[in-house]
Design a protein around this ligand. Structure first.
Ligand code: ZN
Length: 329
């Protein structure tokens, strides 16, 4: 009998063989993507679990983020490939969230299918909706009020704003790792040709992403001679982690902060040439429900560790889908 649990650290556990996005004493640890709430206690897993499973980009990024992972410990899985762990078959499927993100599909010997979506956006468009017997999800925007009506247009709105600001001078973009590379690619796809200036960690992560399917081009390392040339030109985009704020003091630039926690308006002026744009890498409440309805599971498990309003969300799922819905832990 297959046993699916979520522990108090947010790990999704299947038969004590797999722990996904959190630590437990299991055979394998799976990492769906490199965001900090999904790689908690990874050091512990690296000493206790027998192997670490993820997409090639996710595993390369973990090394860049400072994790020492022995190469014989790693199982790199491309989307769609399969591996057996004990009696379970495991497959990673693409999720649109940050580069390298995956959903996890586990099938047991009786054919029972468990899907953990991890973080995703645009379900049914760029994130495949997977049918499941047991569907585990993190209701990041679990409150029915967490809806962004403008989500469909936000990529154009953000690009237009950045183009406008670029016509007046350099622009600094603040976001999380992964989201930064996603937005770099987005701007290129939308025809933005200004060079990018990147601090070392962002630069290295971008280079790694380009080994896979990102095509970002025309970016230079902050602190290099090339970087200094571009900065002197006064026409560039600087991408940096949301936690670093020391660049604007050194250069006169507009600033754009990417935030998932805005619902009323696509962007807001904060004063002092700073803008906050409601650019999220997560489906809103409607998107989460859309996934559940179309996945058509027998049981839904809401991971309360990485959800907001998990109980409220579970009630909505029961009301809308008439499905069995459990909040864990
Ligand atoms: Zn994430």
């Amino acid at each position: 009998m297959t046993n699916v649990l979520v522990n108090e650290r947010g790990a999704v556990l299947i038969n004590k063989l797999l722990s996904i996005d959190g630590h437990e004493n299991s055979i394998s640890r799976v990492v769906t993507h490199v965001h900090s709430d999904h790689i908690k206690d990874l050091d512990k897993s690296l000493t206790i679990c027998k192997n670490l499973i993820g997409t090639p980009l996710t595993l390369d990024w973990l090394v860049e983020l400072g994790y020492k992972i022995p190469s014989d410990y790693i199982i790199k899985m491309d989307y769609g490939s399969r591996v057996s762990i004990g009696e379970l078959k495991l497959e990673l499927v693409k999720a649109l969230h940050i580069p390298g993100s995956s959903q996890v599909v586990v099938t047991d010997e009786d054919g029972l299918k468990i899907v953990y979506t991890s973080d995703f956006k645009k379900p049914g468009i760029h994130t495949p909706i997977l049918e499941a017997d047991i569907l585990v999800l993190d209701a990041v925007y679990g409150n029915p009020n967490y809806v962004r009506e403008f989500d469909e247009y936000i990529e154009d709105i953000l690009t237009d704003l950045v183009n406008q600001l670029l016509s007046k001078g350099p622009v600094i973009i603040y976001g999380y790792h992964g989201k930064l590379q996603e937005v770099m690619q987005l701007f290129r796809d939308k025809g933005v040709i200004a060079p990018y200036v990147l601090p070392p960690k962002v630069y290295n992560m971008t280079r790694i992403a380009e080994k896979y399917d990102l095509r970002i081009k025309d970016y230079v390392l902050l602190g290099s001679n090339e970087g200094a040339e571009v900065i002197k030109s006064g026409w560039f985009l600087l991408f940096t982690h949301v936690s670093s704020s020391n660049y604007v003091k050194k250069m006169k630039a507009s600033e754009v902060i990417l935030s998932g926690w805005e619902f009323k308006k696509p962007y807001r002026y904060l004063g002092n040439n700073r803008w906050l744009v409601a650019f999220s890498d997560h489906a809103d409440f409607k998107g989460l429900i859309h996934y559940v309805v179309n996945s058509n599971p027998k049981t839904v498990i809401v991971n309360s560790v990485r959800s907001t309003y998990a109980d409220l969300f579970a009630n909505e799922v029961r009301k809308i889908t008439k499905k069995d819905c459990i909040v864990m832990p």
